[in-house]
Design a binder for this molecule. Structure first.
Ligand code: G4P
Length: 526
């Protein structure tokens, strides 16, 4: 197979959902239909129902520190499908945002009873920002959920997207009969039998009452005909270009736990989902078909086993061919590096690979050389865009509880923040260190890992902060003035960029009004 053919058959995506909507179940069912696993229950949930650090770490340990489920690859209908796992706990939302930088499309799961939930909203905002193509899967149709048209309205209104149903439910909850698949023009009837692996599917080229009544009662047939007529008139015709541009989201209905609607979703997904797309860098646009290799690190996983300090850095390949034992240029460290054991993730197992193509995710064993966002290339300097840090929501001062171990604490903080567990800021005036996170659980995880992996004792002191925003200005003097004026509220991030620590929304607004030439950013990429 040529490199071009290899690239065109890649489908790299993530499943996103509000916790409990059915992401784990759908992932597992996709793997089952894809033939990557043989039995249900093989994919462990990464839901963390209890919220202490030790519970979190224990769950991580039990499921092999998520490394094996971070990427799940399988082949389906000649396509190479890569599913990237995202954390189930909302405190780790930033990890999910970063994973989304490494995918080409997304499947979003919605619970038909609950509709749009907070986490769905946030995640979709990230997709919209990047124009990532999204397919929606409305799950749990076996439950008494909302009316399908109401749900479509809610999706459009709440998520500010345009939808296009490619399947339509017949009844819901107890009276759920199945779906009509608009994309494949087939009728799929629901038997409610969990053990069945393939649902019945009847091809119906032309919908009419007579044909439908062979399979459904008169009432349901009538309702379906009416609904489909409305669907065809209210929603725009499905064009894959619109979906690929991120302008329209195709919608499927089903019940993941009952295996229902999953195969149709997968069939359509491999058909319409994009192969690796062009990617923006600060320097230029990188095309996946370019002969020279390039890629970036979007995730770093530490081995939680304290006896091994090894980490795995996840590389997303963006262009060219990646080869084992070949020297590549580590852009930030300005050195040539090579990898003798690059790893691919085939569902549950890992294997060393000799080559990989754009769209593939490769695990690289790392002893601390990588940071999130690092680029590898064949010599060219490239900074891939879309891997920003977001302004954290919770802040604490770092307190060293064991002065004899300050080196260990420093090293631990550096490395763990390189992994993206939290963000580290250093105050301009007194050099005090501040950690910023999205969720409270991360502070506990940090404390726990600093102790067990670095033997450092870290305490925290409360700090009342509303936001940390990156600041810049075309007028250097004005920026200097601002930093002078608010000296006590300026810190630097790990890259040495200045950050304004705003104690309240009001103080931030005051600063913006007083210094109109200074720009305030809520993410590190601007
Ligand atoms: P998540 O990863 O998005 O957090 O959700 P997960 O797949 O773990 O599913 C959350 C719960 O919803 C699970 O029940 C799961 O069995 C259930 N579920 C998933 N799909 C469907 C569906 O189509 N219909 C119905 N009725 N339920 C569904 P649980 O009780 O939390 O866990 P479990 O003990 O069943 O595993």
């Amino acid at each position: 197979m040529t490199t071009e053919e290899e690239i065109k058959r890649r489908r790299t995506f993530a499943i996103i959902a509000h916790p409990d909507a059915g992401k784990t179940t759908l992932t597992e069912k996709l793997l089952l239909f894809g033939g990557a696993i043989q039995i249900a229950g093989a994919v462990k949930s990464n839901k963390i129902k209890k919220t202490t650090a030790s519970d979190f770490l224990e769950i991580e340990r039990q499921r092999g520190i998520s490394v094996s489920t971070s990427v799940m690859a399988f082949e389906f209908k000649g396509k190479e499908v890569n599913i990237l796992d995202t954390p189930g706990h909302e405190d780790f939302a930033e990890d999910t945002y970063r994973t989304l930088t490494a995918v080409d499309s997304v499947i979003m799961v919605i619970d038909c009873v609950k509709g749009v939930e907070p986490q769905t909203r946030k995640l979709l905002e990230v997709c919209r920002m990047r124009k990532t193509p999204v397919i929606v899967f409305v799950n749990k149709m076996d439950r008494e959920g909302r009316d399908a048209f109401d749900l479509m309205d809610e999706l459009e209104k709440e998520l500010k997207i345009k939808v296009r149903p490619l399947s339509w439910p017949i009844g819901i909850g107890k009276s759920f009969k199945g779906v009509y698949n608009v994309y494949e023009k087939s009728l799929n009837l629901f038997t409610g039998d969990e053990k069945q692996t393939i649902a019945d599917s009847v091809e119906i080229k032309k919908l009419n009452q007579e044909v439908l009544e062979e399979y459904l009662s008169e009432d349901f047939s009538k309702q379906l005909l009416e609904d489909i007529e409305v669907v065809e008139t209210v929603y725009p015709e499905f064009k894959s270009e619109d979906y690929l541009k991120g302008d329209i989201c195709p919608v499927f209905f089903g019940s993941a736990v009952n295996n229902f609607g999953v195969r149709e979703l997968l069939n359509c997904f491999v058909d319409i989902a994009p192969y690796p797309l062009k990617r923006e860098t600060e320097e230029r646009i990188v095309d996946p078909f370019e002969p020279k290799f390039s890629g970036f690190i979007f995730k770093i996983f530490a081995n939680i086993d304290p006896r091994h300090r090894d980490r795995i850095a996840f590389l997303r390949i963006c262009s060219g061919k990646f080869e084992r034992n070949k020297y590549y240029f580590h852009n930030r460290e300005k050195k040539e590096v090579r990898f003798s054991n690059p790893t691919a993730f085939l569902a549950q197992s890992k294997s060393v690979i000799d080559e990989a193509y754009p769209g593939d995710i490769v695990g690289l064993y790392d002893s601390g050389n990588f940071k999130i966002g690092d680029t590898l290339s064949e010599g060219e300097i490239l900074h891939f865009k879309g891997i920003p840090s977001f302004s954290p929501e919770l802040f604490r001062y770092v307190v060293n509880m064991d002065p004899m171990k300050s080196k260990q604490l420093q090293k631990g903080l550096e490395q763990l923040t390189d992994e993206g567990v939290a963000q580290l800021f250093t105050k301009k005036q007194d050099g005090r260190k501040i950690l910023g996170t999205v969720g409270a659980l991360q502070f506990e995880v940090l404390q726990h890992r600093l102790k067990s992996e670095y033997n450092a004792s870290c305490g925290f002191e409360q700090i009342q902060l509303h936001k940390a925003c990156w600041i810049a200005s075309d007028d250097k003097k004005e920026l200097d003035n601002f930093m002078q004026d608010r000296a006590n509220h300026i810190a630097y991030d790990k890259e040495g960029r200045p950050v304004f620590l705003a104690e309240s929304a009001w103080l931030l607004q005051m600063a913006q009004e007083k210094f109109p030439k200074v720009q305030f950013f809520f993410k590190s990429e601007f």
